[in-house]
Design a protein around this ligand. Structure first.
Ligand code: PBG
Length: 335
């Protein structure tokens, strides 16, 4: 007796999962090495790599080490890096961020020379360069409270972007969250003839507990106050869309949602609404927590990471900024 018709139907899901080849054939979401962006930290303060305790496997690098690291990433299929710099000196206005011979500018030149086809993206922000550790210029008001001054900060950020482009950066990524900075950066780039350098903007960047390890890595923790006056409140999804809309209107070419895991809904909505190339930033805290659990043997790193990468793409990410970029690229070829 053949089974009743509804049982034929009911068995369809299982039939499509019967073996690995079949599962592969019907898989909707795939991660590719070319989707990955590797963040790297280059420091002017060191002569040899310095491990970041809260991010096992990630180090602060000298320019020469950075070039090696980027070249080895390129070899396994990673096509893009995102640079953060740690300068020797900091000041109120973060002048190291827009110095022609600043550490990021030096690194960009060295990278473009050694690995010319590698896409070099630079983080455009002031927090690693200001003595107070904020992403913009600050002032102490009469109330004794400090304020981040939006417009003077934007002016400096535009200078940072231009100096990165002049050093040879392929793409600039402003992460400061000041208002109007995308427009200011676009005009400044255009005025200097860098009309073809795209802006990948951190459109929806939330004030997050998941940035902790990064602040050790980039030595950019605020010395007073926090970033809640310019980064977004984690409860606000509609505001995230408004922030993204502003950046799109100001001519951002690509958008970033950050952090990743706790904000997959935002990622989905930003992608659906604007349809621009959208990146997700799988931030330092997300890295640290899986590393720590894996070290204890509480979960399998590779399985968890690949699942997480797939979830980013499923939620709409075209690109994934991740400290695992090299491992993921390698795992993909081993599959
Ligand atoms: C700062 C910046 C931060 C990150 C990238 N750029 C930290 C912050 O806003 O405090 C975080 C990245 C990470 O946690 O991996 N402009």
């Amino acid at each position: 007796m053949p089974p009743p018709f509804d049982l034929h139907l009911a068995r369809r899901p299982r039939r499509l999962r019967a073996n690995a080849a079949l599962r592969e054939l019907v898989r909707e979401t795939v991660v590719r090495a070319a989707d990955l962006i590797l963040p790297l930290f280059v420091s002017e303060k060191i002569t040899v790599r310095r491990p970041i305790t809260s991010m096992p496997g990630v180090d602060q690098l000298t320019v020469a080490e950075l070039v090696q690291e980027a070249a080895s990433a390129w070899e396994v299929g990673v096509r893009a890096v995102l640079l953060f710099g740690i300068p020797t000196g900091k000041d109120e206005r973060g002048s190291g961020a827009y110095a022609d011979d600043g550490v990021v500018q030096q690194a960009v030149r060295a990278l473009k020379k050694a690995v010319p086809d590698l896409l070099v993206i630079t983080d455009v922000c002031l927090c690693e360069y200001t003595s107070h550790g904020h992403c913009g210029v600050t002032e102490c008001g009469e109330d004794g409270d400090f304020h981040v001054l939006n417009d003077p900060s934007v002016e400096l950020l535009a200078r940072v972007a231009v100096s990165h482009a002049a050093a040879g950066a392929d793409l600039v990524a402003p992460s400061d969250m000041m208002d109007g900075r995308v427009r200011a950066i676009r005009s400044a780039l255009d005025a200097r003839g860098f009309t073809n350098i795209p802006i990948m903007s951190y459109a929806s960047k939330f004030a997050s507990g998941f940035y902790g390890p990064f602040r050790e890595a980039a030595e950019g923790a605020p010395q007073f106050g926090d970033r809640r006056t310019y980064q977004m409140d984690s409860g606000n999804a509609r505001e995230a869309l408004r922030e993204a809309a502003t950046d799109v209107e100001e001519s951002a070419d690509m958008l970033i949602v950050k952090p990743g895991l706790p904000y997959l809904d935002i990622l989905w909505r930003v992608k659906e609404k604007f349809g621009l190339p959208t990146a997700v930033y799988n931030v330092s805290g997300e890295y640290a927590m899986i590393k720590a659990a894996a070290e204890k043997g509480w979960l399998d790193e590779r399985t968890a990471v690949m699942e997480m990468m797939t979830s980013f793409k499923r939620a709409g990410a075209d690109l994934i900024i991740t400290y695992w970029a090299r491992d993921v690229a390698r795992w993909l070829t081993e599959q």
